[in-house]
Design a protein around this ligand. Structure first.
Ligand code: CMC
Length: 430
């Protein structure tokens, strides 16, 4: 829908163009620059996509200034309180909350796709025992395309849906297998009588020699974390999934690319980096020094788990998870000195003018790492945990992209800063 336009004119060439301004359901109006280059010869320059909407999407809405996050119109606070991760995955994929019957069918289907092909075990066995689980996960998920040929035809709606269900079902199984391989434990098959999160915890921690007894808060906290991490509109990894998807690549390749993008410390790797940072700070009395270091641009040190590209007031996910963080630590009776460091850091940064002026608040990953630590999830698995949850968002975006009528291959242009044309010089004359 277009209700007004903006005029762009280039004084150097006297060319001008009227560009329509599009309105979404809510959120900022968006200039459609599609014909800018054709009419004026100009490109736009927007590193980091600070002002660029890369696509239309009806999945997730964020208002960074107001601290609002909604999946399919439902506020994250309501979903966190009343829903569960699998229902949220259904919502993201399908657009509406499921009826009881639809949920039961979906849950049954996901549950019955959780096993991984036995041959994948040999693939896993090719990794060094000390490989980072994100490296293994990325490779293993990419390899699924070699195993599930019946879900590679992206023009077939049922095959697309099957691939999405498979990914949601198998990523936790593969993630747990990667972990067990790294510590030399035998693989554990998924148990169908357990819910999604409890099943994952069993695959992670159950040993053949004795039953696993889990405190109820463990699966509850995991489910909450998965809900909060399930989607975040066009973040770096989702945009990567979409860019790869725009080429017509298969869904497993797209999600493997998303996993690679998530790995970086500025994105999903932040929860692992938070724990490393808290360990490095060591004790609460060292927090002041760390804050000063983070303010010194020459130090190259940033407070991990602080700041967000979109949330410039507070991260609504951080508010929800902060509460759960305390509940987990209380119920498990964990007293972790790192939590003292974290709380002191939060307090110090929130009242420091440097952080206030730049609107740098604790983000979701500040607290998720502490919860994962309390649940005995090893630090190098933190980003893998994020990947399990975000798979729901990645497949939802990939499904949406594949039914977008004006879909095009993603192919940005550039502002060239290299040498002008020059002639080749023979090697003897250089
Ligand atoms: N510690 C210290 N200073 C910071 C931090 C930080 N964590 N984050 C931003 N700044 C400063 C930055 O130096 C800059 O200062 P100045 O204006 O004086 O040059 C200003 O704040 C703006 O920073 P920016 O890098 O331009 O902001 P951005 O929107 O490009 O970056 C960010 C967002 C998340 C990459 C960044 O805040 C950061 O590196 N945070 C730490 C890593 C982190 O926690 N990432 C997880 C994000 S949430 C999970 C997810 O969605 O993936």
């Amino acid at each position: 829908m277009s209700n007004h336009s903006v005029q762009v004119s280039d004084s150097a060439t006297n060319k001008s163009v009227s560009l329509p301004v599009l309105s979404g359901t809510i959120g900022p109006a968006t200039i459609d620059i599609g014909k800018l280059h054709k009419e004026t010869g100009l490109f736009t320059y927007d590193p980091g996509f600070m002002s660029t909407a890369s696509c239309r999407s009806a999945i997730t809405y964020i208002d960074g200034d107001a601290g609002v996050l909604m999946y399919r119109g439902y506020p994250i606070e309501q979903l966190a309180k009343h829903s569960n991760f699998l229902e949220v995955a259904y919502l993201l994929m399908n657009g509406d909350l499921p009826s009881a019957q639809q949920f039961s069918t979906f849950e049954h289907e996901v549950t019955h796709h959780t096993m991984m092909h036995e041959a994948l075990k040999s693939f896993l066995g090719g990794f060094r025992h000390d490989a980072h689980p994100m490296a293994m996960l990325c490779g293993m998920i990419g390899s699924l395309a070699a195993f599930y040929h019946d879900s590679l035809d992206i023009d077939d709606a049922e095959q697309r849906r099957l691939a999405a269900v498979r990914l949601i079902a198998k990523v936790p199984t593969i993630a747990a297998a990667c972990y067990r391989y790294s510590i030399g434990w035998p693989n554990r098959y998924p148990r169908n009588n357990l819910d999604y999160c409890t099943r994952f915890l069993h695959m992670m921690f159950e040993v053949p020699s004795e039953p696993l007894v889990l405190p109820p808060v463990a699966a509850k906290a995991l489910d909450l974390l998965f809900i909060l991490h399930a989607d975040h509109e066009q973040n770096a990894s989702t945009s990567t999934v979409r860019l790869v998807g725009s080429t017509g690549a298969n869904p497993y390749a797209c999600v493997a690319a998303g996993i690679a993008a998530l790995w970086g410390p500025a994105h999903g790797g932040a929860n692992e980096a938070v724990l490393q940072m808290l360990n490095e700070i060591g004790t609460a009395d060292q927090v002041g020094k760390a804050v000063e270091k983070a303010k010194d641009k020459n130090s190259g040190f940033r407070l991990m788990g602080f700041g967000h590209r979109v949330y410039k007031n507070f991260d609504p996910r951080a508010t929800i998870i902060r509460e759960m963080c305390h509940q987990v630590l209380n119920e498990l009776g964990v007293h972790d000195p790192l939590l003292d460091v974290a709380m002191k850091l939060e307090e110090a940064a929130l009242k420091d003018p440097y952080f206030i002026e730049r609107k740098l608040y604790p983000n979701v990953d500040f607290y998720s790492g502490i919860i994962y630590k309390a649940l005995k999830i090893p630090t190098e698995m933190f980003t893998v945990m994020f990947a399990i949850a975000r798979t729901a968002g990645w497949v939802a975006h990939w499904l949406e992209q594949n039914v977008t009528p004006d879909a095009k291959i993603g192919r940005p242009r550039q502002l060239y800063t290299g040498s002008p044309a020059r002639d080749y010089v023979d090697i003897a004359k250089r």
